[in-house]
Design a protein around this ligand. Structure first.
Ligand code: GLU
Length: 491
């Protein structure tokens, strides 16, 4: 096999769907594994769907996810630039190229001019539907001679160019995931290749570009599989070598429907805003529809490069399981260093209103301990504000069961000792907080459950929670004393 060249070819619709991110990821893994090249091409020939800043958003999402590529469209110094020998990589900048190849098809009698207007096509479609047929162009303009067509065009008539599908021939191709596929040309429409606005359709542009850009493997979502016979036919019409096809199963929700924006998070940006780490999202996404031979589930990008194979990509749709995403993500949360955790958590804390940027920066060491103390209990960054709320707010109301704990026999003695010890300290530092409980145990002889449980309830109001000595440090001298007094009053 020569050099592997793959591409991710999104249409700039405004955001990157996580299904798209997974397509990009599999392309990335495959190209890296084969020391190949990965190209980002922008397919913006549908002028009705253009959205401002869509290319920037796409590229930023890929960048955030850590999916890098070798050629194509990049952002540098805030500007869209293109790199590589096969450019331009933005389809709207390649119109003359498509027009040249459309002409070639017409010369070869593999395509024809069509002058049918919108109204005729609509009526035709309605009629076919009523007859229970799959709507398809009826070939009315096939019979128009090239000379007549050129004359009509010269007279200013609007036209499109259509693919001239032959009748009743089998079109065949192999798919790395779905195997051998055969479709009869009678089931394939005379696809429009060039629209009346001079832009190519996706089908024309994708074939021309994949060929000219030397793409060896077309790895894309399975929603394109029904279009592939048109593409295969185009390659044959041009006499070009076909790429290897590889159609990936759709990312589905728990009801086995395509993940849609109406139901919540679907774009990479949504998941970022929901507090997922790029490592967690990408690792989890890889598992939606694929698993390595070893059945490992936690894998870095580099390790996935080693393990990835198309023959372990499922052909059935992959279910996106939010709980599993949380589980995978929590693994990467645990790995965060305190500085990273602080920086990543900051916007979520500020957003929650618990603290502002200045407070967090002024109390960085304290905030880092706070975050390290709770990080094993959260699955994602968005859960952090709730987990750290105790450090900012008053002690919650002590519930009936917890009050029972405070009514234990040795609790008054314990609280006295705690109060005395803490009052005698200048301040509670992280280090001296670590020894307080041990000293109290020594001094009072109270230990184990009788020591830790009531102390925790007395200063946090609840029975369970993170490391007690950290909590004592986080709350600080004044708050701890105030709470001990409150608890004393309760009993
Ligand atoms: N532009 C298509 C999309 O938005 C790409 C399909 C393909 O990869 O061929 O999904």
């Amino acid at each position: 096999m020569g050099e592997v060249r793959v591409r991710f070819a999104p249409s700039p619709t405004g955001y990157l769907h996580i299904g798209g991110l997974r397509t990009a990821l599999y392309n990335y893994l495959f190209s890296k594994q084969n020391n190949g090249k990965f190209i980002l091409r922008i397919e913006d020939t549908d002028r009705t769907r253009l959205v401002d800043d869509a290319i920037e958003n796409l590229i930023k999402s890929l960048e955030w996810a850590g999916i890098t590529y070798d050629e194509g469209v990049f952002i540098e110094d805030g500007k869209i630039i293109q790199k590589g020998e096969y450019g331009p990589y933005i389809q709207s900048e390649r119109l003359d190229i498509y027009q040249k190849y459309v002409k070639e098809l017409i010369e070869k009698d593999k395509a024809y001019y069509c002058f049918c207007d919108h109204e005729r096509l609509e009526n035709l479609r309605e009629k076919q539907k009523m007859e229970g047929k799959v709507p398809k162009y009826d070939g009315l303009c096939r019979g128009i001679s090239k000379e007549e067509a050129e004359e009509r065009i010269a007279n200013g008539e609007e036209y499109v160019v259509r693919l001239k599908m032959p009748s009743n021939v089998d079109i065949e191709f192999d798919d790395l995931i779905r195997g051998h596929i055969t479709i009869n040309s009678d089931d394939v429409d005379d696809q429009v290749l060039l629209k009346s606005d001079g832009f190519p359709t996706y089908h024309m542009a994708v074939v021309v570009d994949d060929h000219l850009m030397g793409i060896t493997h077309v790895v894309r979502g399975e929603e394109w599989i029904s279009s592939t016979p048109k593409h295969v036919y185009l390659y044959d019409a041009f006499g070009w070598e076909k790429p290897q096809y590889c159609h990936l199963p759709t990312v589905l929700n728990e009801n086995r429907k395509k993940l849609s924006k109406r139901e919540g998070d679907v774009s990479v940006e949504d998941f970022k805003a929901s507090g997922y780490l790029p490592e967690g999202l990408v690792n989890y996404l890889a598992l939606v529809g694929w698993s390595p031979d070893s059945n490992e589930e936690i894998m870095s990008l580099d390790h996935m490069v080693e393990l990835f194979t198309f023959d372990r990509v499922a052909s059935a749709g992959g279910i996106f399981d939010r709980k599993k995403l949380d589980w995978v993500n929590s693994h990467y949360m645990k790995e965060l260093e305190k500085d990273e955790l602080f920086n990543l958590a900051k916007p979520f804390i500020i957003d929650s209103g618990l603290a502002d940027e200045k407070f967090l920066d002024d109390h960085k060491d304290w905030a880092e301990v706070l975050l390290l103390t709770i990080k094993d209990s959260v699955d994602n960054l968005k859960q952090i504000p709730d987990a750290i709320r105790f450090a900012f707010e008053d002690m919650p109301e002590v519930s009936h069961d917890e009050l029972e704990i405070l009514k234990g026999e040795t609790v008054p003695q314990l609280l006295e000792a705690l109060e005395e010890k803490i009052s005698g300290m200048d301040s509670i530092t992280f280090d001296n907080a670590q020894t307080i409980m041990k000293e109290i145990q020594k001094e009072t002889g109270i230990k184990g459950k009788n020591l830790y449980m009531p102390t925790r309830v007395a200063i946090t109001g609840v029975e369970h929670g993170p490391e007690l000595s950290n909590i004592i440090y986080i709350l600080g001298k004044d708050k701890v004393l105030e709470r001990i007094n409150k608890s004393k009053e309760l009993i």
